[in-house]
Design a protein around this ligand. Structure first.
Ligand SMILES: Cc1cc2nc3c(=O)[nH]c(=O)nc-3n(C[C@H](O)[C@H](O)[C@H](O)COP(=O)(O)O)c2cc1C
Length: 297
C-alpha cells in the first residue's frame, strides 16, 4: 500500500518526515510554504523549505493566491531540488482564506484554473493539488475542480473531503474521494480519518484511490506506516532517532518547541501522560525535556 504522510504546518518538518519515511511512508510533502514569503527571502520560510537528501522523493507545498508569485516560488523550489510541487487548496485558517488563499481557492475556480496553468508552465516536475470537498455544504465542487485541474495538466490530486466549513469536525465523507476517482484519470490520493493500516485498506477499497495520506494518525505514532506491529523497544529506538534528527537539523528554538510537541504526542496512552505534558512544556532545556519523557516511558 502506498501510504503517505500528510502535510501538517508546524509538524512535518525534515526530521519528522524522515522518521515517517524510515517507517515506510511513500513520497513526502513539506508543510505549507507561503510563496510570497519564500520569494522575499523570509528567514523562517527558508527554514521551512529545508530538507534532507534522504527525503527524496519530496514535494513542496505552496500556499498563495497570486499565479505569478506561485509560479516564481515553484521555480525556485524546483531549482532547489523539489521532486514535485503541490498547491494548498485546503487551509481553513480565516487569515489565510481572507487573502484568497488555501481553501478560498475552492470557491474561486477561475483563479484556481489560472494558477494551475501558470504554475504548470513554469516548472518541469509534477504539479499536484490538495483539495477539500468544497467550501461549504452548498458548494461541494471537488469533482469540478479536479476535472479543471486534469484538463490544465495537473499530475495528481489529494482529496481531504471535508468542506472548509467542517474544518476537522464530523466524519470525513469518503464518498467524495470516490467521486473524484471516478471523474479523472490522474492519480487521486485519499485523505481523512485514517488511523491505522486497516483504515487505509478500507479507504482504498471504498474509494479506489491510488494512495492514502495520513495526518493526525501519525502524530506520536509514525510507525503507523509499518505494515508489521512495532515492539515497545522499537518504538523507543524510533523516538530516540527522531530526537537526534530534531537536535541535529533544526535551529535551537524551533528544536525545543518540536521536542516538547512530539514527545507529548509520543506519551499518549502512557499512564503518566496527563502529568507529563505540562511538565514537558515547562522544562527549561532539551536535556530536561528528554529526562522527563524517558522517566515516564
Ligand atoms: C496540525 C495540522 C496542520 C495541518 N497543516 C496542513 C498544511 O500545511 N497543508 C495541508 O494541505 N494540510 C494541512 N493539514 C491537513 C492535513 O494534511 C489533512 O488533510 C487533515 O488533517 C485530514 O487528515 P487526517 O484525518 O489524516 O488528519 C493540517 C492538519 C493538521 C492537524
Amino acid at each position: 500500500m502506498d501510504l503517505r504522510l500528510a502535510p501538517m504546518a508546524g509538524v512535518t518538518n525534515a526530521p519528522f518526515r524522515l522518521i515517517a519515511r524510515e517507517c515506510g511512508a511513500g513520497p513526502l510533502t513539506s508543510e505549507e510554504i507561503d510563496g510570497r514569503a519564500l520569494i522575499e527571502g523570509n528567514e523562517r520560510t527558508r527554514v521551512l523549505a529545508q530538507y534532507l537528501s534522504e527525503e527524496h522523493p519530496i514535494a513542496f507545498q505552496l500556499l498563495g493566491g497570486d499565479p505569478d508569485v506561485l509560479a516564481e516560488a515553484a521555480r525556485r523550489l524546483e531549482a532547489a531540488g523539489a521532486d514535485a510541487i503541490d498547491l494548498n487548496m485546503g487551509c481553513p485558517v480565516p487569515k489565510i482564506v481572507a487573502k484568497g488563499q488555501g481553501a478560498a481557492l475552492m470557491r474561486d475556480p477561475l483563479r484556481a484554473a489560472v494558477i494551475f496553468r501558470t504554475v504548470r508552465k513554469a516548472i518541469g516536475v509534477p504539479f499536484t493539488i490538495k483539495i477539500r470537498g468544497g467550501w461549504d455544504d452548498r458548494t461541494v465542487n471537488a469533482v469540478e475542480i479536479a476535472q479543471t485541474a486534469e484538463s490544465e495538466g495537473i499530475d495528481g490530486i489529494t482529496v481531504h473531503p471535508r468542506t472548509r466549513s467542517q474544518r476537522h469536525t464530523g466524519r470525513a465523507p469518503w464518498e467524495i474521494i470516490a467521486s473524484v476517482v471516478d471523474a479523472v484519470r490522474i492519480p487521486v490520493v485519499g485523505n481523512g480519518d485514517v488511523g491505522s493500516q486497516e483504515d487505509a485498506a478500507a479507504m482504498t477499497r471504498a474509494t479506489g484511490c491510488a494512495a492514502v495520506m495520513i495526518g493526525r494518525g501519525a502524530l506520536g505514532a509514525p510507525w503507523i506506516f509499518r505494515a508489521e506491529s512495532v515492539s515497545r523497544d522499537e518504538r523507543a529506538r524510533i523516538i530516540r532517532r527522531h530526537v537526534e534528527l530534531i537536535e541535529a537539523h533544526l535551529p535551537e528554538r524551533l528544536a525545543l518547541a518540536q521536542l516538547r510537541k512530539h514527545l507529548a504526542w509520543y506519551s499518549t496512552g502512557q499512564p503518566l501522560a496527563t502529568r507529563l505534558r505540562p511538565a514537558l512544556f515547562q522544562a527549561p532545556n532539551a536535556a530536561a525535556i528528554q529526562a522527563l519523557f524517558w522517566e515516564a516511558w
